[in-house]
Ligand binder design. Structure first.
Ligand SMILES: *Cc1c(COP(=O)(O)O)cnc(C)c1O
Length: 815
C-alpha cells in the first residue's frame, strides 16, 4: 500500500492529529518486530484479550512517528496520530478499500487444515510466474487478513491469502473485505467445531467466502461439502479434488515401481514422482495441481515445480554458533518479503552486535538498482556491524550498504577468507538465494557439531498453546509448566519464547530452575512448586513465588521473609489437597491456615490444586469429586480471607476434558508439546519435538554372522544393517533393543537389532531402498511418534522427554 495520512483518514473516516502529508507504506502491529520504521505506522490493536496501546511507547522508542490508535496520548512529541473509533474495524475498512482498488488476481484459501502449507506451496510454485503477494505466516483472522491485504502494492499480479474463522458470523465480515476470484476449500475438520452447532453450520459459514468467486476448488472427499457447494453455487465453476475417485481430480492408481503417481485431471492423465505418501500430503498435492492447471501452468512445468517442493525446508533456524554467536540460517530463498521476515526474526534476539551474510537476489525481474536500493534501506535500518555480500550483482551496489562491507564472488570465497570465524558474541544472519548454498557457512559457524539433535519447533509450540487457549475464555490466564528443564527441551529457550508471546505465569519445580531463568532475563512471574527449605533466601532474592503446601513450609518461609527485611505483600500460592495425596492443605486445616495467613504480610496470589487423573475417562467420577472438593475448600478459604486470590486446577488434559473448571488460570504442560491422550485433540496439535540422527555406516551382514554385543541378532539371510550414533547414554532405554523398538528411516520403520550400545545402535534397513550413509534417521517425531516411542519403552511421553541426555544438542526452529 502507499497512502498519505490524509487519504487513510478519509477512507476510514478517522481524525488526524499532526502531519496529514506523511506517507504510510506499512502498518506494524507488534512493536517488538518492527523491522523498518520508514513510512511505517504503528497500530494499537484493541481486542477483548489485549490492548495494543500499552506498546505505543515502545513503538515510538523504536523510531515510529505515526500512531493509529483509539486514544490519543499527548505526552509524546512530534508524533502524527490517526485517531480511530475501533482499531479492528479501521483495519478492515482500509483493507477493503485497498483490495477493491488494486485489481489483482486472487486466491482465497479456507478450511480447517492445510491452509498455510498450501499457501506456501502455491507461493513457491507461482512467485516466478507472477509477482505474487501472500499472507505472512498464518495471518488469516479478523486482523491478520486485513494486514495481509494491505501488503499488496503496484507490482503484484497475484495475491494468495488465507482466511480463517473460529466462530459463527466471522466469514461475512471477511468476505466483505476480500472476494477471491479463485476459492480453495481445503479439508474440513473438527477444529473450531466446538463453537458451531454442527459440521453443517461450520461448512455453511466457511463457504460464504466464495459468494463472489468465479471458480471454487474444494476437497470433495467430504460429501456434505460437495452437496452444499453444488446446491448453493451451481452457476459457478466447481472443481472437486480428493482421494476418492468420485472427484474430478484424484489419484488413479497406487504407486508404480518407478515411484510415480498417476492422477486424473478430468479426462487427462498425468504422472509424476512423489516423495511423501501420507494422505494429507497427497491431498494437498491434488489441490496444488488443480490450481496450477486452473492458472494455465503446463504439465511439464507442474511436474518440475512439484519436484522442487520436496527439497524445501522452509525454515528459519537459530543455531548456537562458535564463539558465543547465534547463527540464524535462512538459506532457502531470498526475496524482499522473506528478507523482511528474517529481519523481524532477528529482532527477537538480544545481542549487542549483528552481522549479515546476503547474496544476490535471483529470479526477480525488476530493475536491480531499485531492488538493491530497497534492500539496502531495509538492511541499513538494522545497523549491522558487518555485512558480507555474495554475488556479482549485489556486490555492484556495495556502496549502498552502511556497515563494514566485504564482497565475494561466491560462498566458498567468503568461507576461505576466514572473516566469519573471527566474529565473536554476535548474532549472524545468513540469508541467501538457494543457488549460493550459504548453508555451507552454517557448517563452519555451528558449535559442537553433532549429528544427533533434538529439534524443537517453537511455532508448533505456539500453535498448541493457542489451540488450548481457543478452548478457554479470553480472560483465563495461562501458566506454562517449564519444570525439569521444560520437560527436557530447554527451560530458558522455551521460557524466553513464551515470555515473548505474553504467557501469564511460568511454573518450575525447584528454586535453582527459577534462578537460572531470572539470571537470563525472564521477568514473567514464576511459581516454584517445591521450594526446598534451604533455598528460601534465594527464592526471595530472585523474586520467585513459592507454593505453600503445609504449616511447616508456611512458617519457615515467613521466617525467612522477615529476616530478608521484605515488608511488602509477598505473593504465595496455596496448594490444596483434593485427592492426589502429594502435597497440600487438607480441609480440616483451613481454619488454622486462614488464621495464620491473616496475621502475616503474605499475599495469597492464588489457590490451586492438581488433578491426578484428568486424562483418564475411567476416573471421571473421581476427578469430578476432586473438582468439587476444590470448589468447596477454595471457596471456604476465600470467604475467610479478606480478598479474592485467583484459582486454578486444570493441567493439559484438564483443559481439554474439564474445560468448565478453568477458574481464573490453567497450567499447561505436555499439551503445549503437542501430546494429548485424546485422539481427537491429538489431531489438532502439532508435534514439537523431533529426535534425529544420521546413518554412520551401512553393512551387509551375512547368514551366520552376528550384530552387536553378546551376538543377540543373527540374521538367517544376508541383511542390510545401519549403525546410528545414539545409544543408552543419550537416553534410549537399553530395554528397547532386540527388535522391541524401531526408528524411522525414509518414513519407514526400521527395527533396532541387537543390544543397544552406550553411544550407538544398529537398525535393520533391509526393506528400505536407496539408502546411503549420512541419510537422516528419526528416533521419534512422526514415524514413530513420541507416543509410539514411549510405548516401546513401556512408559509415558513425559519420561521419554525428560530422559534424553543433556549431551544431545537441542536446536530451536521457527517456521
Ligand atoms: C507438571 C504440572 C502440570 C502440567 O501437567 P501436564 O499434564 O503436563 O499438563 C500442571 N500442574 C502441576 C502442579 C504440575 O506439576
Amino acid at each position: 500500500m502507499n497512502y498519505t495520512v490524509n487519504q487513510i483518514a478519509n477512507i476510514t473516516n478517522s481524525k488526524i492529529i499532526g502531519d496529514g502529508e506523511l506517507i504510510i507504506k506499512n502498518i506494524a502491529f507488534d512493536s517488538r518486530i518492527i523491522y523498518s520504521t520508514k513510512n511505517t505506522a504503528f497500530i494499537a490493536i484493541n481486542t477483548s484479550k489485549n490492548s495494543g496501546e500499552k506498546f505505543i511507547e515502545s513503538a515510538i522508542d523504536r523510531g515510529i512517528n505515526i500512531i493509529i490508535s483509539e486514544h490519543h496520548y499527548s505526552q509524546f512529541d512530534n508524533i502524527t496520530w490517526i485517531i480511530v473509533e475501533n482499531s479492528v474495524e479501521f483495519l478492515q475498512k482500509l483493507a477493503k478499500y485497498h483490495f477493491k482498488n488494486c485489481h489483482i488476481k486472487s486466491i482465497g484459501i479456507t478450511g480447517s487444515n492445510g491452509k498455510t502449507i498450501l499457501k506456501e506451496w502455491l507461493y513457491q510454485c507461482l512467485w516466478n510466474e507472477f509477482p505474487t503477494v501472500k499472507s505472512p505466516k498464518s495471518f488469516n483472522s479478523q486482523v491478520g487478513l486485513p494486514l495481509s491485504l494491505l501488503q499488496i502494492n503496484d507490482v503484484h499480479r497475484l495475491g494468495i491469502f488465507e482466511v480463517g474463522i473460529s466462530k459463527p458470523n466471522e466469514m461475512e465480515k471477511l468476505e466483505n473485505i476480500f472476494q477471491p476470484q479463485i476459492g480453495l476449500l481445503t479439508h474440513i475438520g473438527t477444529a473450531h467445531l466446538a463453537n458451531f452447532k454442527s459440521e453443517d453450520e461450520l461448512i455453511d459459514e466457511k463457504i460464504q467466502l466464495f459468494k463472489d468467486s468465479e471458480v471454487i476448488i474444494y476437497n470433495g472427499d467430504n460429501t456434505l461439502v460437495d452437496k452444499k457447494l453444488n446446491d448453493l453455487y451451481s452457476s459457478k465453476k466447481l472443481i472437486s479434488y480428493g482421494l476418492s475417485d468420485s472427484n474430478q481430480v484424484y489419484f488413479k492408481n497406487s504407486i508404480s515401481k518407478d515411484e510415480k503417481f498417476t492422477f486424473q485431471y478430468f479426462d487427462e492423465e498425468i504422472s509424476f514422482p512423489v516423495h511423501q505418501k501420507d494422505e494429507a500430503t497427497l491431498t494437498n498435492v491434488l489441490a496444488l495441481i488443480t490450481i496450477l492447471k486452473e492458472l494455465g501452468v503446463e504439465n511439464q512445468n507442474i511436474i518440475e515445480k512439484i519436484n522442487a517442493l520436496k527439497a524445501v525446508e522452509m525454515r528459519l533456524e537459530a543455531i548456537e554458533g562458535i564463539k558465543n554467536n547465534i547463527v540464524i540460517n535462512d538459506s532457502f530463498n531470498l526475496d524482499l518479503d522473506s528478507l523482511k521476515t528474517a529481519l523481524q526474526f532477528l529482532n527477537e534476539y538480544k545481542k549487542p552486535k549483528k552481522s549479515l551474510v546476503l547474496t544476490d537476489i535471483v529470479g526477480v525481474n525488476s530493475n536491480s538498482k531499485e531492488l538493491y536500493d530497497e534492500v539496502s534501506e531495509l538492511v541499513n535500518e538494522q545497523k549491522f556491524d558487518s555485512v558480507f555480500l555474495i554475488g556479482n550483482e549485489i556486490s555492484k551496489f556495495s556502496d549502498l550498504f552502511k556497515a563494514k562491507i566485504h564482497t565475494f564472488i561466491n560462498t566458498k570465497e567468503l568461507i576461505d577468507s576466514k572473516h566469519l570465524t573471527e566474529i565473536e558474541n554476535q548474532i549472524i544472519l545468513l540469508k541467501g538465494a538457494r543457488k549460493f548454498e550459504i548453508e555451507k557457512i552454517k557448517d563452519v559457524l555451528e558449535l559442537r557439531k553433532h549429528d544427533t539433535v533434538l529439534e524443537i519447533n517453537l511455532n508448533a509450540l505456539l500453535h498448541n498453546i493457542n489451540y488450548h487457549k481457543s478452548l478457554l475464555k479470553p480472560a483465563t490466564k495461562m501458566m506454562a509448566m517449564v519444570k525439569a528443564n521444560s520437560y527436557g527441551l530447554g527451560s530458558y529457550e522455551i521460557s524466553e519464547f513464551l515470555q515473548h508471546h505474553h504467557i501469564d505465569y511460568l511454573g518450575v519445580a525447584f528454586v535453582d530452575e527459577g534462578v537460572e531463568l531470572r539470571k537470563k532475563g525472564i521477568t514473567v512471574p514464576i511459581v516454584v512448586m517445591n521450594p526446598e527449605q534451604h533455598s528460601y533466601e534465594t527464592l526471595i532474592q530472585y523474586n520467585l513465588e513459592p507454593e505453600i503446601y503445609s504449616f511447616r513450609v508456611l512458617e519457615l518461609f515467613y521466617e525467612a521473609l522477615q529476616k530478608s527485611g521484605y515488608d511488602k505483600n509477598y505473593p504465595i500460592h496455596i496448594k490444596l489437597e483434593t485427592g492426589m495425596h502429594r502435597l497440600g492443605f487438607k480441609y480440616f486445616e483451613l481454619d488454622d491456615l486462614v488464621e495464620i495467613l491473616n496475621k502475616t504480610t503474605l499475599k495469597v496470589q492464588s489457590i490451586f490444586s492438581h488433578l491426578s487423573s484428568s486424562d483418564l475417562p475411567t476416573e471421571k467420577e473421581f476427578t469430578l469429586h476432586q473438582l468439587e472438593t476444590f470448589e468447596k475448600n477454595s471457596s471456604y478459604l476465600i470467604e475467610k480471607l479478606r480478598y479474592t486470590p485467583i484459582r486454578h486446577i486444570l493441567n493439559s488434559s484438564g483443559i481439554t476434558n474439564y474445560t468448565n473448571y478453568q477458574y481464573d488460570m490453567v497450567r499447561i504442560g505436555i499439551g503445549m508439546l503437542g501430546e494429548s491422550p485424546n485422539s481427537e485433540i491429538q489431531k489438532q496439535l502439532h508435534s514439537v519435538v523431533s529426535f534425529k540422527t544420521v546413518i554412520s555406516q551401512i553393512s551387509l551382514v551375512e547368514n551366520g554372522e552376528s550384530v552387536g554385543y553378546s551376538r543377540r541378532f543373527k540374521p538367517n539371510q544376508p541383511t542390510k544393517i545401519a549403525t546410528i550414533p545414539v545409544g543408552y547414554a543419550d537416553g534410549i532405554p537399553r530395554l528397547i533393543g532386540n527388535q522391541i523398538g524401531s526408528v524411522g528411516v525414509n518414513k519407514t520403520l526400521a527395527p533396532i537389532v541387537g543390544s543397544i550400545c552406550m553411544d550407538m545402535m544398529m537398525i535393520n534397513v533391509d526393506h528400505i531402498p536407496n539408502l546411503k550413509e549420512g541419510d537422516k534417521v528419526t528416533v521419534f517425531n512422526a514415524k514413530p511418534s513420541l507416543k509410539e516411542f514411549a510405548d516401546y519403552c513401556k512408559t509415558i511421553t513425559y519420561e521419554v522427554l525428560t530422559s534424553i541426555s543433556p549431551r544431545v544438542k537441542r536446536i530451536y526452529v521457527k517456521d
